[in-house]
Design a protein around this ligand. Structure first.
Ligand code: URA
Length: 221
């Protein structure tokens, strides 16, 4: 069965690569499609697209807001200052960076590191949806308010405020596959670069995430 997604331009692109094509190979094809994307104005200012990286499929998927300067230069997610912080937080959870899939809600750097606009996020959503379908995750970890709001909107969960939902497990069901998943929002690692006292909250979120992962091993299909 194919998986079709509507792009913001109204065109349908399908991740139906046919029988015998692995999710990893489909993810590579999706990355090539992202590299050629011109659906929003961020395509005019980017150096490289940053589709994300990690194992495919992956039980754990971390989702940031948007690539920064170093990511734009290298084409890899979370390799700048926020990436160093994220790698440390993952290690505190007993996880290696290479064991999880890491991406962002938009795949191109907004100029001057401004927040992505609503229409830019909307234009990029089909890519995130396709990635989630190929990754079959058990746990989605949106990092920061913007990624959390976007995922809550995608799965139709009420979003009272970031403060109220962060550090808690939210069960959702993926409409297309019928699979159960859990969303656990955490602070964005970059928060401590402009608000050092937030480190406690950031570390507390990741401790809760680690406790959840330890308490629910195995497939939660
Ligand atoms: N912040 C993000 O949200 N994504 C990146 O890739 C880097 C920093």
């Amino acid at each position: 069965m194919g998986m079709g997604f509507l792009t913001a331009g109204g065109k349908c692109f399908c991740m139906d690569d046919g029988p015998g094509v692995s999710p990893a190979a489909s993810m590579d094809r999706l990355a090539a499609r992202i590299a050629a994307c011109t659906l929003c104005p961020l395509s005019l200012s980017r150096t490289r697209t940053v589709p994300g990286e990690g194992p495919v499929p992956s039980p754990l998927v971390f989702i940031g807001e948007a690539p920064g300067k170093t990511e734009d230069k290298t084409g890899r997610p979370f390799v700048g200052r926020a990436g160093t912080i994220l790698t440390g937080l993952l290690a505190d959870c007993g996880l290696l960076r290479g064991e999880v899939f890491i991406t962002s809600i938009v795949k191109c750097r907004p100029p001057g590191n401004r927040a992505p606009k609503r229409d830019e996020i909307a234009a990029c959503m089909p890519y995130l949806k396709a990635q989630i379908a190929l990754l079959s995750p058990r746990v989605l970890v949106p990092m920061g308010r913007s990624a959390t709001m976007t995922l809550f909107d995608l799965y139709g969960i009420p979003f009272p405020s970031f403060r109220e939902v962060r550090g808690h497990a939210h069960a959702v069901r993926d409409d297309r596959s019928g699979r159960g998943m859990t969303i656990i929002p955490v602070y964005h690692p970059a928060v401590i670069t402009h608000n050092p006292p937030a480190r406690q909250d950031l570390e507390s979120d990741f401790r809760k995430l680690a406790a959840f992962i330890r308490s629910s091993p195995g497939d939660r299909k």
